[in-house]
Write a new protein. Structure first.
Length: 94
């Protein structure tokens, strides 16, 4: 099963935890964040690229919620297309 971490505003994940998450779920990863009112998504098959982008996103957009996803292939191919995030939307305000 995939690992999904929801990082509330101002929170992060340590390098050690990212490594552990990837080790257990090595079939790709992604990050989602809000930029200019729109959900942005980054997906990769490489841990180094993931960690580089994670640091960039948390530094620049850490003042809003961030979602981290690491995939383990329980079905489907191991490729960038299957690194989830098929549908993300911003929450509506009441």
């Amino acid at each position: 099963m995939c690992v999904i971490a929801s990082l509330p505003k101002g929170k992060t994940i340590t390098n050690k935890t990212l490594d552990q998450m990837w080790k257990r779920n090595p079939d790709g990863g992604g990050i989602s964040w809000i930029e200019n009112g729109k959900v942005q998504v980054f997906k990769t098959m490489k841990l180094k690229a993931f960690k580089t982008k994670f640091k960039e996103v948390t530094k620049k957009y850490g003042n809003s919620d961030i979602v981290v996803h690491m995939r383990i292939a329980t079905h489907g191919s191991i490729c960038i297309e299957t690194v989830s995030y098929t549908h993300l939307t911003l929450p509506t305000k009441a």
